[in-house]
Design a protein around this ligand. Sequence first.
Ligand code: UD2
Length: 317
Amino acid sequence: MKYLVTGGAGFIGSTLVNRVSKNAEIVIVDDLSMGDLKNIEGLAERQIQFVEGSVTDTDLMKRVLSNNQFDYIFHFAAVASVADSVARPVETHQVNFESVLNLLELCRNYQNDLKRLVFASSAAVYGDEPTLPKAEESVIRPLTPYAVDKFAAERYALNYATLYGVPTSAVRFFNVYGPNQNPASPYSGVLSILTDRYQKRLKGEEASFTLFGDGSQTRDFVFIEDVVDALLLVAESAESLANVYNVGTGDAISLNDVIKVYQDFLKTDLPIHHEAVRSGDIPASYANIAKLKSLGYAPKYTILSGIQAYLEATIQK
Ligand code: UD2
């Protein structure tokens, strides 16, 4: 099998690559803006071709798509931060939307044997409409350049299946967490930030965590290994063709409860500073995952076992 994984050096992309690369040929396109080659296992020994570049480089993408026949394409490369998209709407649009349309056209022209292209969309498309849980046919209210681009790109991807026969599916990620998530930005996933601060604290360095709001906000935190299961299931199932799936656990937990879990596992107190609720923050979010379950998905991790696996893989005790 041959895979193209854009954003394959990033958190979700590299975990997928590491799962499949022992038995497959992989081409990764990544500009290393957020990703890191260290995330990719066996880069030298396995059949992995790393192409450093941006998915917005149309010549480069044409070369990759016209010189290879892929079985599966996963498109993860994106400006991943909502705040970044608000600060830089035009650049975000080029990465998060135009690159997708270009990739779809290249598939239409060059990828006659493609089994599936999976586009990574986001729970951000639901915006602040309060009905819970979020199901795929819930009201869509994309409120930021990030959310608008994800929704538009997702629709284009699915319509390329019905209009032109390019086999596509899309997934809407809820709050994905796990090893190799980059904690560098204030808008990185909250659990990557929390883990990083605890790690510093355990090494005896000064560290604290800023909690925006009172910590009662809830999220559907889904462990990366379950996310990779979901991605492969969606890619390989016949039923998922031209369909979009929520990827979460179907459960919500508050940040306060998550912090308690960290404290129980690590037996360390981390100083918490409270700040005002972040602008645009939603109080609660969780997924209805019935549609994904209808494909055979069953999350293997609870929030407890997921955080435990994350900490064991990340924190050197
Ligand atoms: C997630 C996605 C985002 C978009 C959005 C849609 C991530 C990283 N982001 O944003 O791309 O899809 O969902 O709704 O998955 N927080 C703190 N302290 C910190 C960092 C965060 O208290 O240092 C809070 C934050 O205010 C929020 C919660 O933690 O209430 C989760 O924040 P996040 O940035 O991890 O994810 P979220 O749900 O805002």
